[in-house]
Design a protein around this ligand. Sequence first.
Ligand SMILES: Nc1ncnc2c1ncn2[C@@H]1O[C@H](COP(=O)(O)OP(=O)(O)OP(=O)(O)O)[C@@H](O)[C@H]1O
Ligand SMILES: O=P(O)(O)OC[C@H]1O[C@H](OP(=O)(O)OP(=O)(O)O)[C@H](O)[C@@H]1O
Ligand SMILES: O=C(O)c1cccnc1
Length: 465
Amino acid sequence: MILKKPALYTDLYELTMAQGYFLSGRHQQTASFDYFFRSLPFDGGYVVFAGLGDLLEIIRYFRFHPEELEYLRSQGFKEEFLSFLKDFEFKGSVYSVKEGEIVFPNEPILRVEGTIVEAQILETVLLNTLNFASLIATKASRIKQAAGDHAVVDFGLRRAQGLGGLQASKASVIGGFQGTSNVLAGKMDDIPINGTMAHSWIQSFEDELTAFRTYAEHYPDSSILLVDTYSTLKKGVPNAIKVAKELEEKGHKLVGIRLDSGDLAYFARKSRQMMDDAGLEYVKIAASNQLDEHLIKSLLDQGAPIDLFGVGTKLVTAYDDPALDGVYKLSSINGKPTLKISENEEKVTLPDSKKIIRYFNEDGSFYSDGIALNDEENPSVIYHPYIAHRSTIVSELESEELLHNVVNKGEIMIDPPTVQESAEYARMRLSKLNDEHKRFDNPHVYKVGLSKKLRELKIELIQNA
Ligand SMILES: Nc1ncnc2c1ncn2[C@@H]1O[C@H](COP(=O)(O)OP(=O)(O)OP(=O)(O)O)[C@@H](O)[C@H]1O
Ligand SMILES: O=P(O)(O)OC[C@H]1O[C@H](OP(=O)(O)OP(=O)(O)O)[C@H](O)[C@@H]1O
Ligand SMILES: O=C(O)c1cccnc1
């Protein structure tokens, strides 16, 4: 949890609308909003849903404190509304997929039900939390996929967008990273913290060997020496070998070396050879320098004997696709289904309260998802969202509903998932997504269909709009 006072972490219009609902006596209307995204980031085939734990904390702490009310008063908000906010607590309900779930475009992966004011007032902070966490968890998952069994560690804090670095470190672990260099994230979320050394350590000594030796004296069983400050192969690796041998004499072991520039595949091969020749097969090779999933894949395809990848900038900034386009749309008001029309059929929203059903192949892998009205039986056929004649029979398949009641009339119903639990769930679910949806180039589109009733309701509302 990052903000203990999240109520003003919002766009002004949420509060002006809330005041408008209140002053016009409409604030007790009931409403239902869906959270969903429309397109997949990184030209990928899936998203790892993250941020639910933080959202539940935000709901738990959601109050308007005296100094916040004072600020709103200074901005012209009316006394009547401010006294309403003084006692405000979220008393609505939230239905969500699990943190770590593998999800796809246009699925209503989280639904908020409540009065129009309480559901509306959550919009911005909810989007801010879920969009960023899911984006970074997805990027991390792709990087981990490229790294396979090799370890990946988050080095991104220094390059992160301000305090987003905290959420990014947590989301990276949900996506499959082993640990982070971010100490506060480690403390807050019980994530393993890891690290090596900076060039400044080496430059601050009269020579590289003394720098390595001094570090190893202090950390005889946990040193990873940065070998590229002067010359990787002529100085860095030979000096690291010397120090490793000295450690051996004292009954300790050098953990590794880190490469941070130049041709990482070439240097890794050469360093491995030099260390193996010196009987140091156990010393690991870590690599960093603007890595992402494509470079890691390329390095491993080149046969680079790298054991650990440190990944910063490209991970925490989601460099190639810096925002998930998640939105929060009204789907019913006072029990009446509603939708938002668009010229573009793909942007027309889905009305009413819905459920998501995941269908499985016989081997337990994901077959496709269906979206149906909440109060209908699980459908036996699901239909393409826009092309009427395309449908799939799903009646014989194993299925599972994905939305769970995580907040019920203001009461939080689950222990917020720990980062480790969400990471394990994401790993397990990703293993059920077939490879054609996971490949980096032109991944096969995972099918998400609609029930007949939902499709018909949507068409009826469009025609009557
Ligand atoms: N064998 C390789 N195959 C593909 N990409 C690599 C390989 N080795 C390194 N890279 C990547 O190429 C990019 C640029 O590497 P380069 O050696 O130019 O780094 P640099 O930071 O400019 O080095 P220096 O710090 O010496 O200036 C980095 O993103 C790096 O990870
Ligand atoms: O390349 P990234 O994926 O963003 O990974 C983080 C980078 O941050 C550090 O460099 P920096 O130059 O900031 O400090 P240093 O002196 O420790 O190398 C580190 O050496 C990595 O190269
Ligand atoms: O520990 C490291 O090696 C590290 C930490 C942050 C950024 N770059 C490297």
